[in-house]
Ligand binder design. Structure first.
Ligand SMILES: Cc1cc2nc3c(=O)[nH]c(=O)nc-3n(C[C@H](O)[C@H](O)[C@H](O)COP(=O)(O)OP(=O)(O)OC[C@H]3O[C@@H](n4cnc5c(N)ncnc54)[C@H](O)[C@@H]3O)c2cc1C
Length: 455
């Protein structure tokens, strides 16, 4: 692992206490987890056992049963692997600060994952401050991106073209994998299997958005999907923008919960460069450039999650100029959720979102653009899009969610010829979808999803 992945947060040395504490929060996997590698190394070097703590918070913002179920499937996969590594797995229910604090008193060192979204950045700062006051050393480890965000750039990048070269220049430096070996100290028996249903009841998970029957969480499923994808569909990635083809990797839910390593995906996909160079290049553009541009966005662009600050001055200017343009249709959020608009492509996209927890990238673009077109004003559109995005997508509430929704309003994009309602923002219409893609196949697939959901 490259040492730049580690950030030292206090000036304390590792102290002689009962265990090294790894608070697993964002990187919810064993395989290629750099924070876990760090914790194991310190435990073995200092003759200490390792406690892996996962805190289940009942009221995580915008988290519904769908998200909790997927996440807990991943945590159960982590639990299962702990005995073979001689790691003490502990699941605690409650607030992050309280639960981590309860385990800090006897900790020789706290290792924690990286954080990007403001609420989590703040919680981790608070916990580091508390640990510091107790004399406990704290390390934070960057496992979720390929290139640590602050090593790529220290400013808000304007667009993919301004960050692409920087990422490509650095990527090879950060491809070393984590070495996950057993802990030498202490002896731990397997903890009882998690009852996901009981845990969901304990935290009173919001059942209005149900578990998806299309995605099962956990790193085993994630790596299986990666292998299957590379062997069966990667070669066709050039056609992946066609919603009718359904040939994207569907790895974003696993990436969002840290159940798969972006480094592993990069390595595995790159191994096919000689066989299908164009497909690999196109895939890496999404995984490395677009995804890590989003991490740059939430790290350095102040107000990235507020309508009034998330995009560029030219975009606000053009929206101001078109605020009073007549809207041909106005729909409510309930009309969207019930796929009750005049547009069959949009309705099919809503079926995909509500019932599967996922949506094809081209349809996400079209879906968002239509909500802009059918809302009374741009701010309402922004809030509606973000609400639906984060409520229904398993990969919602991610840095990529915020960058992508801002993209609908011009961020990381360019100005186009001006038109009604959109001004200079990029526009998309149904005719364009029909001309370029096999939309009938998409409609048929979504009709099947709808019918399956009625079973
Ligand atoms: C309006 C809108 C909302 C979106 N909301 C989300 C969201 O909430 N969460 C989310 O993860 N993605 C979001 N995206 C980005 C993109 O649609 C998804 O990442 C992609 O569809 C995931 O499918 P996949 O894993 O099959 O992608 P693949 O095409 O197989 O790509 C591989 C990986 O590259 C990354 N990637 C792909 N497309 C993009 C992109 N456009 N921008 C950044 N990274 C990308 C993802 O990590 C993805 O898993 C949104 C896009 C739009 C236009």
């Amino acid at each position: 692992m490259h040492k730049n992945r580690i950030r030292v947060l206090t000036s304390h040395q590792v102290r002689q206490k009962a265990y090294v504490l790894y608070w697993m929060q964002h990187t919810q996997r064993i395989q290629n987890n750099f924070a876990l590698e760090t914790a194991i190394t310190y435990a073995n070097d200092h003759g200490l056992p390792l406690k892996l703590l996962f805190v289940l918070t009942p009221d995580f913002k915008d988290a519904y049963a769908r998200h909790y179920a997927f996440m807990l499937e991943g945590i159960e996969a982590v639990r299962k692997q702990c005995p073979a590594l001689n790691i003490d797995f502990v699941l605690a229910v409650g607030a992050f600060e309280t639960q981590v604090h309860a385990h800090l008193k006897n900790a020789s060192l706290l290792v924690m994952d990286d954080a990007y979204m403001p609420a989590l950045v703040q919680i981790k700062k608070t916990i580091a401050t508390k640990a510091d006051a107790l004399g406990c050393a704290v390390l934070q480890v960057f496992s979720d991106v390929i290139v640590p965000v602050d090593k790529v750039s220290q400013k808000c990048e304007y667009a993919a073209r301004t960050i692409r070269k920087k990422l490509h220049q650095l990527v090879d430096t950060y491809l070393a994998e984590a070495e996950i070996k057993p802990v030498n100290n202490g002896t731990f028996k397997a903890r009882e299997a998690l009852s996901i249903e009981t845990l969901m009841q304990t935290i009173d998970a919001d059942m209005r958005v149900k578990k998806s029957r299309y995605f099962e969480g956990g790193e085993l499923n994630a790596y299986k999907q990666l292998d299957w994808y590379c062997e069966n569909q990667l070669s066709n990635y050039g056609k992946s923008s066609d919603p009718g083809e359904d040939i994207t990797s569907k790895l974003s839910p696993y990436l969002h919960f840290g159940q798969i390593s972006a480094v592993d995906i990069y390595q595995k996909v790159s191994a096919y460069t000689d066989q299908f160079p164009e497909a690999v290049e196109a895939f890496i553009e999404q995984l490395l450039v677009r995804r890590e541009l989003a991490y740059n966005f939430v790290t350095y662009c102040d107000g990235f999650d507020q309508f009034d600050t998330m995009t560029y001055p030219w975009a606000y200017k053009t929206m101001d100029g078109h605020l009073s343009d007549e809207r041909t249709h106005i729909y409510s959020i309930d009309d969207y959720i019930h796929a009750n608009t005049h547009d069959p492509y949009f309705n099919a996209a809503m079926i995909e979102m509500v019932h599967t927890g996922f949506m094809h990238n081209t349809m996400r673009m079209y879906w968002g653009k239509k909500i802009i077109e059918w809302s009374l004003d741009y701010k309402t559109a922004y809030e509606t899009i973000l609400t639906l995005n984060n409520r229904y997508f398993i990969d919602g509430r991610d840095p990529v969610s915020y960058a992508s929704v801002a993209w609908l309003f011009g961020r990381h994009d360019r100005a186009f010829q001006s038109r009604e309602v959109f001004g200079k923002l990029r526009y998309m219409n149904a005719k364009g979808l029909k001309r370029k893609y096999n939309m009938d196949a998409y409609l048929t697939r979504m009709a099947q999803v709808k019918s399956d959901s009625e079973d």
